[in-house]
Design a protein. Structure first.
Length: 219
Protein backbone atom coordinates (compact mmCIF):
# COMPACT_ATOMS: atom_id res chain seq x y z
CA UNK A 1 0.00 0.00 0.00
CA UNK A 2 2.81 2.40 0.88
CA UNK A 3 4.54 1.63 -2.42
CA UNK A 4 1.40 2.41 -4.43
CA UNK A 5 0.89 5.75 -2.64
CA UNK A 6 4.51 6.70 -3.36
CA UNK A 7 4.09 5.84 -7.05
CA UNK A 8 0.95 7.98 -7.17
CA UNK A 9 2.80 10.95 -5.65
CA UNK A 10 5.55 10.63 -8.28
CA UNK A 11 2.96 10.57 -11.08
CA UNK A 12 1.30 13.69 -9.66
CA UNK A 13 4.56 15.63 -9.67
CA UNK A 14 5.64 14.48 -13.15
CA UNK A 15 5.25 16.20 -16.55
CA UNK A 16 3.70 14.80 -19.65
CA UNK A 17 5.53 14.82 -23.01
CA UNK A 18 3.19 17.49 -24.35
CA UNK A 19 3.91 19.78 -21.40
CA UNK A 20 7.66 19.32 -21.82
CA UNK A 21 7.41 20.19 -25.53
CA UNK A 22 5.40 23.30 -24.68
CA UNK A 23 8.04 24.44 -22.18
CA UNK A 24 10.83 23.84 -24.74
CA UNK A 25 8.86 25.80 -27.32
CA UNK A 26 8.46 28.75 -24.94
CA UNK A 27 12.19 28.73 -24.20
CA UNK A 28 12.97 28.67 -27.93
CA UNK A 29 10.74 31.69 -28.59
CA UNK A 30 12.26 33.63 -25.68
CA UNK A 31 15.77 32.78 -26.88
CA UNK A 32 14.96 34.00 -30.39
CA UNK A 33 13.66 37.28 -28.97
CA UNK A 34 16.52 37.87 -26.54
CA UNK A 35 19.48 36.86 -28.76
CA UNK A 36 19.46 39.92 -31.10
CA UNK A 37 19.29 42.27 -28.14
CA UNK A 38 22.13 40.44 -26.40
CA UNK A 39 24.27 40.56 -29.54
CA UNK A 40 23.59 44.27 -29.88
CA UNK A 41 24.62 44.88 -26.27
CA UNK A 42 27.83 42.89 -26.71
CA UNK A 43 28.64 44.78 -29.90
CA UNK A 44 28.06 48.14 -28.23
CA UNK A 45 30.20 47.10 -25.27
CA UNK A 46 33.10 46.14 -27.54
CA UNK A 47 32.89 49.43 -29.40
CA UNK A 48 32.87 51.38 -26.12
CA UNK A 49 35.85 49.40 -24.87
CA UNK A 50 37.76 49.88 -28.14
CA UNK A 51 37.29 53.63 -28.39
CA UNK A 52 38.11 54.04 -24.68
CA UNK A 53 41.33 52.04 -25.10
CA UNK A 54 42.45 54.13 -28.06
CA UNK A 55 41.43 57.47 -26.57
CA UNK A 56 43.22 56.64 -23.31
CA UNK A 57 46.37 55.71 -25.23
CA UNK A 58 46.38 59.03 -27.07
CA UNK A 59 45.71 61.06 -23.92
CA UNK A 60 48.45 59.24 -21.99
CA UNK A 61 50.92 59.76 -24.85
CA UNK A 62 50.13 63.49 -24.92
CA UNK A 63 50.49 63.74 -21.14
CA UNK A 64 53.81 61.85 -21.20
CA UNK A 65 55.18 64.16 -23.91
CA UNK A 66 54.39 67.25 -21.83
CA UNK A 67 55.49 65.77 -18.50
CA UNK A 68 58.80 64.33 -19.74
CA UNK A 69 59.49 67.10 -22.28
CA UNK A 70 60.14 64.68 -25.11
CA UNK A 71 58.50 63.37 -28.28
CA UNK A 72 56.07 60.46 -27.86
CA UNK A 73 54.78 58.57 -30.88
CA UNK A 74 51.61 56.46 -31.17
CA UNK A 75 51.63 53.88 -33.97
CA UNK A 76 48.70 52.02 -35.51
CA UNK A 77 49.55 48.59 -36.92
CA UNK A 78 48.01 46.49 -39.68
CA UNK A 79 47.98 42.94 -38.29
CA UNK A 80 46.12 39.67 -38.79
CA UNK A 81 42.96 38.94 -36.86
CA UNK A 82 42.75 36.54 -33.92
CA UNK A 83 38.98 36.12 -34.24
CA UNK A 84 38.34 36.03 -37.97
CA UNK A 85 37.58 38.79 -40.43
CA UNK A 86 39.07 40.19 -43.59
CA UNK A 87 42.72 39.34 -43.05
CA UNK A 88 45.15 42.15 -42.25
CA UNK A 89 43.56 45.31 -40.87
CA UNK A 90 44.58 48.20 -38.62
CA UNK A 91 43.62 46.67 -35.29
CA UNK A 92 46.65 47.17 -33.00
CA UNK A 93 48.59 50.11 -31.55
CA UNK A 94 51.26 51.08 -29.05
CA UNK A 95 53.26 54.06 -27.77
CA UNK A 96 56.96 54.71 -28.31
CA UNK A 97 58.97 57.28 -26.40
CA UNK A 98 62.03 59.23 -27.35
CA UNK A 99 64.95 57.56 -25.60
CA UNK A 100 66.87 60.78 -25.02
CA UNK A 101 65.65 64.33 -25.13
CA UNK A 102 66.53 66.06 -28.38
CA UNK A 103 67.19 62.80 -30.25
CA UNK A 104 64.09 62.17 -32.34
CA UNK A 105 65.56 59.13 -34.08
CA UNK A 106 65.72 56.98 -30.95
CA UNK A 107 62.28 55.65 -30.06
CA UNK A 108 61.71 52.89 -27.52
CA UNK A 109 58.45 50.95 -27.18
CA UNK A 110 56.54 51.89 -24.06
CA UNK A 111 54.92 48.54 -23.28
CA UNK A 112 53.50 45.73 -25.46
CA UNK A 113 51.37 46.05 -28.56
CA UNK A 114 47.68 46.41 -27.70
CA UNK A 115 44.87 44.99 -29.81
CA UNK A 116 41.38 46.35 -30.19
CA UNK A 117 38.83 43.95 -28.65
CA UNK A 118 36.96 41.36 -30.71
CA UNK A 119 36.72 42.17 -34.41
CA UNK A 120 36.95 45.95 -33.99
CA UNK A 121 39.24 47.61 -36.56
CA UNK A 122 40.30 51.07 -37.71
CA UNK A 123 38.91 51.84 -41.14
CA UNK A 124 41.70 52.03 -43.71
CA UNK A 125 39.47 54.10 -46.00
CA UNK A 126 40.96 57.60 -46.22
CA UNK A 127 37.46 59.13 -46.13
CA UNK A 128 36.80 57.49 -42.78
CA UNK A 129 40.30 57.62 -41.22
CA UNK A 130 42.40 60.56 -42.37
CA UNK A 131 44.97 59.66 -39.70
CA UNK A 132 45.88 56.64 -41.83
CA UNK A 133 46.04 58.64 -45.08
CA UNK A 134 49.84 58.88 -45.06
CA UNK A 135 50.15 58.82 -48.87
CA UNK A 136 48.07 61.97 -49.38
CA UNK A 137 50.39 64.80 -50.54
CA UNK A 138 47.99 67.36 -49.05
CA UNK A 139 48.63 65.95 -45.57
CA UNK A 140 51.86 65.91 -43.61
CA UNK A 141 53.07 64.96 -40.16
CA UNK A 142 52.38 61.22 -40.26
CA UNK A 143 55.10 58.59 -40.03
CA UNK A 144 54.84 55.24 -41.81
CA UNK A 145 56.88 52.10 -42.30
CA UNK A 146 57.14 48.46 -41.27
CA UNK A 147 58.01 46.89 -37.94
CA UNK A 148 58.60 43.36 -36.71
CA UNK A 149 56.10 42.72 -33.94
CA UNK A 150 56.13 39.81 -31.46
CA UNK A 151 53.88 36.97 -32.57
CA UNK A 152 53.58 38.20 -36.17
CA UNK A 153 55.15 36.16 -38.96
CA UNK A 154 55.50 39.10 -41.34
CA UNK A 155 56.58 42.72 -40.80
CA UNK A 156 53.57 44.87 -39.92
CA UNK A 157 52.75 48.11 -41.70
CA UNK A 158 52.23 51.05 -39.39
CA UNK A 159 51.15 54.68 -39.46
CA UNK A 160 52.01 56.98 -36.56
CA UNK A 161 51.72 60.49 -35.18
CA UNK A 162 53.97 62.25 -32.69
CA UNK A 163 52.96 64.25 -29.63
CA UNK A 164 55.27 67.15 -28.88
CA UNK A 165 56.41 68.48 -25.47
CA UNK A 166 54.02 71.43 -25.82
CA UNK A 167 51.06 69.01 -26.09
CA UNK A 168 50.61 69.52 -29.81
CA UNK A 169 51.19 66.96 -32.55
CA UNK A 170 53.33 66.48 -35.63
CA UNK A 171 50.18 66.83 -37.74
CA UNK A 172 49.78 69.94 -39.83
CA UNK A 173 46.38 71.64 -39.93
CA UNK A 174 44.51 70.78 -43.10
CA UNK A 175 42.04 73.04 -44.85
CA UNK A 176 38.89 71.85 -46.56
CA UNK A 177 38.08 69.74 -48.49
CA UNK A 178 40.56 67.38 -46.80
CA UNK A 179 39.28 68.48 -43.40
CA UNK A 180 40.23 67.23 -39.94
CA UNK A 181 42.37 64.42 -38.57
CA UNK A 182 40.33 61.45 -37.32
CA UNK A 183 40.02 57.67 -37.03
CA UNK A 184 36.84 55.61 -37.50
CA UNK A 185 36.32 52.35 -35.62
CA UNK A 186 33.83 49.59 -36.38
CA UNK A 187 33.51 45.83 -36.17
CA UNK A 188 35.01 44.07 -39.18
CA UNK A 189 32.22 41.50 -39.33
CA UNK A 190 29.34 44.01 -39.28
CA UNK A 191 27.40 44.58 -42.50
CA UNK A 192 28.37 47.88 -44.10
CA UNK A 193 26.05 50.30 -45.85
CA UNK A 194 26.34 50.49 -49.65
CA UNK A 195 26.62 54.27 -49.69
CA UNK A 196 28.64 55.13 -46.59
CA UNK A 197 30.75 51.97 -46.51
CA UNK A 198 30.24 51.92 -42.73
CA UNK A 199 28.04 49.75 -40.51
CA UNK A 200 25.36 51.26 -38.30
CA UNK A 201 27.51 50.77 -35.20
CA UNK A 202 30.68 52.86 -35.51
CA UNK A 203 32.42 55.77 -33.82
CA UNK A 204 34.95 58.40 -34.86
CA UNK A 205 37.86 59.73 -32.81
CA UNK A 206 39.13 63.16 -33.84
CA UNK A 207 42.48 64.74 -32.93
CA UNK A 208 43.06 68.47 -32.95
CA UNK A 209 46.56 68.87 -34.48
CA UNK A 210 47.52 72.07 -32.64
CA UNK A 211 46.48 71.16 -29.09
CA UNK A 212 46.67 67.35 -29.42
CA UNK A 213 43.32 66.96 -27.69
CA UNK A 214 40.99 64.18 -28.81
CA UNK A 215 37.22 63.79 -28.80
CA UNK A 216 34.84 60.99 -29.71
CA UNK A 217 31.83 61.24 -32.01
CA UNK A 218 29.07 58.66 -32.36
CA UNK A 219 26.27 58.40 -34.96
Amino acid sequence: MNVRLKDCRLLCYGFSLVEMLMVCGIFAVLLALVTPAAISLISASRMNSAVSMLNDELNLARQAAMTENRDVEVRFYRVASNVGGEGFQYRAFRTLRQQQKGDGSQLVADGPVKRLPGSVILSANAEHSTLLDYANPNRSGLSSGQEDLPGERLPSDYVGLVFKPDGGTSLNPVDLPEGNWFLTLFQDQDKRGPESGLPANFCTLQIEPITGRSRVYRP
